[in-house]
Design a binder for this molecule. Structure first.
Ligand code: ZN
Length: 360
C-alpha cells in the first residue's frame, strides 16, 4: 500500500484520538501500563512500529511522516504522565477516605527503665563522700602491673597476688590487665603532678577477678577511698569510716574494727557493722555473731608513698612528712545486705523479673 503524507496524517490523528480516549478512561496503574504498551511499547507498540517502518517509505514522505509520528509520541508520553499523576492522587484520596482514626484508643507506652540497684547504691555512696568533702576520681579499668600491683607494695612474687588473679591482655604496649581493685586509681591520682597532698578522694568503679560463685563475680564494683596529708592518724580513719557507715546504714548500728592484713596498708583494719538483719542477736546472715564484715581499710603503707615519690623524683609524698589512710567497700555487698540478696550473680544476669523489683 502506497503511503502518502496525507494518509500518515490520518493515521496519526486516529491514533491520537484513540490514545487520548484510552488514557482518559484509565482508572488504575495496570490499565495505564497496558495503554503505554499498546501505543509506545518497544516491541509491539503501534507508534513504535510505525516509526520503525519509516525506512520503507519513499524519501519525500519519510521526513514529514517522521515529524508527525514523533510529535504524536511526545504527546502520548505527556498525557501518560498526567494520567499517572491523576491516578495516584485518586488512589491516595481513596486510601485516606478509607482510614479511620480512633482517638479513643489508648496510646502505646514504651516500657519504663530504671536504674540498676548497684548503680543506685554507688551513687548513694558517692553522695555521702561528696558531702564529706571528697573528690570522685574514676581512673581506668585496663591497667598495667605497676599501677595495679607493684606500686601497691605487691612485687611480682608477692603471695597476695594469688588472691587477686585477674584477666591479662597481650598487646603492642606490653602486658595489660583488668584492674583487680580501684587502688590503682589512687596511684594514678597521686602520680599526677596536679594532685599533691592534701588528698581526699574516692575511686568508684568496676574491678575484675577470676572468681565466680554466689558471693563472687568475675566483675564487681568497689568504692575505694584515700586520704593523705600531714598528721593523718588511725583516729581519722576510724572517725571517717564510722561517719560513712552511719550515713549509709543508720547510726543505730555499731561499728567495730579488727586487725587485718593488706600489703598496701600498715596497720590494716577490717570494719564490721552490727548485723542489720537481726540487730546483733545473731542470725544466718551474720553466722550467729551479730556482726557483718563490711569494709577493709588501713593506714597507707609507707612503701606505697616511697614508690610514688621515686616515680615523681621528688619529695611530694615523702613518707616522713605525710601519712594517710585508705579503705575499700564492695558496692554489691552493700546492695545485697540492704535488699537481703544472697547471690551476687543476680545483679548481672539481666533478668528483668529481678531488676524490676528495685525502685530507682
Ligand atoms: Zn544477724
Amino acid at each position: 500500500m502506497a503511503e502518502t503524507v496525507e494518509s500518515i496524517r490520518q493515521q496519526v490523528q486516529g491514533l491520537r484520538e484513540e490514545a487520548t480516549a484510552a488514557l482518559a478512561a484509565a482508572g488504575d496503574t495496570p490499565t495505564l501500563r497496558a495503554v503505554q504498551d499498546r501505543f509506545l511499547g518497544r516491541r509491539s507498540g503501534v507508534v513504535s512500529g510505525l516509526l520503525k517502518s519509516l525506512g520503507k517509505l519513499p524519501s519525500e514522505v519519510r521526513r514529514d511522516a517522521g515529524r508527525e509520528l514523533n510529535v504524536l509520541k511526545r504527546e502520548i508520553e505527556g498525557r501518560l504522565e498526567e494520567a499517572r499523576a491523576r491516578v495516584e492522587a485518586q488512589a491516595f484520596a481513596a486510601r485516606l477516605a478509607g482510614e479511620r482514626l480512633d482517638l479513643s484508643l489508648p496510646g502505646r507506652r514504651p516500657p519504663r527503665g530504671r536504674r540498676h540497684p548497684v548503680t543506685v547504691v554507688r551513687e548513694e555512696l558517692e553522695d555521702i563522700f561528696i558531702a564529706m568533702g571528697y573528690e570522685v576520681y574514676e581512673g581506668r579499668e585496663v591497667e598495667d602491673d605497676y599501677h595495679c600491683f607493684e606500686a601497691l607494695n605487691m612485687p611480682p612474687d608477692h603471695p597476695a597476688r594469688d588472691m587477686q588473679d585477674t584477666f591479662y591482655l597481650e598487646g603492642a604496649e606490653g602486658q595489660r590487665l583488668l584492674r583487680t581493685h580501684t587502688s590503682s586509681s589512687q596511684i594514678r591520682y597521686m602520680l599526677d603532678n596536679e594532685h599533691p597532698p592534701l588528698v581526699r578522694i574516692i575511686c568508684p568503679g568496676k574491678v575484675f577477678r577470676r572468681d565466680d560463685d554466689i558471693t563472687h563475680s568475675p566483675m564487681f564494683q568497689q568504692v575505694e577511698g584515700l586520704v593523705v596529708g600531714p598528721g593523718i592518724t588511725l583516729g581519722d580513719l576510724k572517725g571517717s569510716i564510722e561517719a560513712f557507715l552511719h550515713a549509709l546504714f543508720g547510726s543505730q548500728y555499731p561499728v567495730r574494727f579488727r586487725p587485718s592484713f593488706f600489703p598496701y596498708t600498715e596497720p590494716s583494719v577490717e570494719a564490721d557493722l552490727g548485723c542489720i538483719v537481726c540487730g546483733g542477736k545473731g542470725c544466718r546472715v551474720c553466722k550467729g555473731t551479730g556482726w557483718v564484715e563490711i569494709l577493709g581499710s588501713g593506714m597507707v603503707n609507707p612503701a606505697v608513698f616511697e614508690a610514688v615519690n621515686s616515680r615523681l623524683g621528688g619529695a611530694v609524698y615523702d613518707p616522713e612528712k605525710v601519712t594517710g589512710f585508705a579503705f575499700g567497700i564492695g558496692i554489691e555487698r552493700v546492695a545485697m545486705m540492704r535488699h537481703g540478696i544472697d547471690d551476687i550473680r543476680l545483679f548481672y544476669g539481666s533478668d528483668l523479673r529481678f531488676l524490676e523489683q528495685f525502685r530507682g
